[in-house]
Design a protein around this ligand. Structure first.
Ligand SMILES: O=c1ccn([C@H]2C[C@H](O)[C@@H](CO)O2)c(=O)[nH]1
Ligand SMILES: [Zn+2]
Length: 149
């Protein structure tokens, strides 16, 4: 596939991850924005975790789909992922917000991100492309937060 400005990785979403992201999308709780999003990621050993956006009457407490998926992964004991698919029906596809980029960067700065919509439009990049100079324990030399986890 030819690389485009929005899809520099020149990739299409993994079918299993796309199916999981669509299933999560169907469960999104977004009565305020009406903007449904589903996300699914795969760990190096092949486990798939998904999440949807979950909003709140106290708007600022809403949780994005990408963060929901990362929370599911971490809660299951997994600590990194190789691929993330984000599904929404917008054009261009939903792109992870700044907060999500930092949450993704914590666990998988080198993961591939593929954002896609119902028409198959793709927005892609590595997590580190979405968040240049991200803040991460392993990449710091000042000993910040070095612990046992
Ligand atoms: O990549 C994105 C972009 C937006 N949202 C959610 C946040 C909010 O619930 C709604 C509108 O921004 O969509 C996500 O979950 N992921
Ligand atoms: Zn977000």
């Amino acid at each position: 596939m030819a690389k485009t400005k929005l899809n520099p990785l020149g990739i299409t979403p993994d079918p299993a991850l796309l199916a999981a992201a669509k299933a999560a999308f169907a469960q999104a709780y977004a009565p305020y924005s009406k903007f449904h999003v589903g996300a699914a990621l795969r760990t190096p050993d092949g486990q798939v975790f998904s999440g949807a956006n979950v909003e709140n009457a106290s708007y600022g407490l809403g949780r994005c789909a990408e963060q929901s998926a990362v929370q599911a992964m971490a809660t299951a004991g997994a600590r990194t992922f190789t691929d993330l698919v984000v599904y929404a029906e917008s054009s261009p596809p939903a792109s992870p917000c700044g907060a999500c980029r930092q949450v993704l960067y914590e666990f998988a700065p080198d993961a591939r991100v593929v954002c896609v919509n119902a028409d198959g439009e793709v927005l892609s990049g590595l997590v580190r492309d979405f968040l240049p100079h991200g803040f991460r324990l392993e990449e710091r030399e000042d000993g910040h937060g070095v612990g046992t986890e």
